[in-house]
Ligand binder design. Sequence first.
Ligand code: FNR
Length: 388
Amino acid sequence: GRTRHLLSLDDFEAAARRALPRPIFGYVAGAAEDNRALADNRQAFDELALVPRVLRNVAQRDQGVTLFGTRYASPFGIAPMGIAALSAYRGDVVLARAAAAAGIPAVQSGSSLIRLEEVVAAAPGTWFQAYLPGTPERIAPLLQRVAAAGVQTLVVTVDIPVAGNRENNLRAGFSTPLRPSLRLAWDGLVRPRWLAGTLLRTLARHGMPHFENSFAERGAPILSARVQRDFAGREHFDWAHIAQIRRQWHGPLVVKGILSPHDAALARQHGVDGIVVSNHGGRQLDGAVAPLRMLPAIAEQAGSAMVVMLDGGIRRGTDVAKALALGAQAVFVGRPFNYAAAVDGEAGVAAAIGLLRAELDRNLAMLGATCCAELGPQHLVDRRAPWP
Ligand code: FNR
């Protein structure tokens, strides 16, 4: 296949840079302001070194985990990413189907251009991530729509009361609403595979792309200023709305975007079933702490009452192992799977999942573990700490 020469998740980034127009690649790769939060997400993993255990018969290995009663084949999933249909034709369906085929969770973004009903029909079991306004009468109909579509697990993202300062997007020529520009046109023309395979095919099938899952009704077209109005109500969103959602949503409820142990405790008090420790891939508050650094304190607050998950900067099996050893039950990976979809659609995502899975399988063996639950603090040291 097209991706046989791609040997690690980072290889997909370089390939996607060539495959996508610069404004679209910049939207995916970018973060906020000076990229400090983005950089710390990687730095935090690099500050931990692994301590293998040996001579522990690791012939039978199983990296599977159970989340909310469902068994998954690996402890990682695909994070929600908006506008994925500009990276790959019907990108949300591509990501969800590849995840389902591989037995891992995928979370569909609330700011996607494909209707959630279509994604869930193509890949039952897909989780749905909602962006919700602080207006109770607009929350209820969306929850009803999500439940009617057959979604079981609802993820509510809470780290975006206002949009982050994505000046990097503007520098790369990307904005919402999307402004057609000479650069976008030129970059498209010199990438005929993207132009014909993603953009023209999308326009032919769907017409002008809309944000389809914003609230209850069909949302704004991607080229319209109404997109910003949809963002507006989010500033009012608070714990009272989480309480409302908890009353009205009967499946597993996950809150994404927690970094403070105090907020983890509040989530637990509100009956939330799981949290994603996350700084939104560095795309919201620049200088926000890397989620990995807060994981031990948050896992302590969660106890056994909530499933603790993490995302941000996971690129290798060893990163997955480090997060699990610090108390996460699962992790999510964002950008690399978006790049994989851009490079080779569903086959590309399948290849990327396969690489990460194979890495983690080897890592488990070399750490002396046969399953994820065997990973723990004994497998880690802080590279900067005094020598043990
Ligand atoms: C995101 N992220 C995100 N999160 C969310 O809850 N809803 C969304 O619509 C989006 N959209 C989005 C688009 C793109 C292009 C990216 C890269 C990210 C954040 C995402 O779910 C996740 O938190 C990070 O991407 C994880 O970091 P890594 O794996 O990309 O480093």
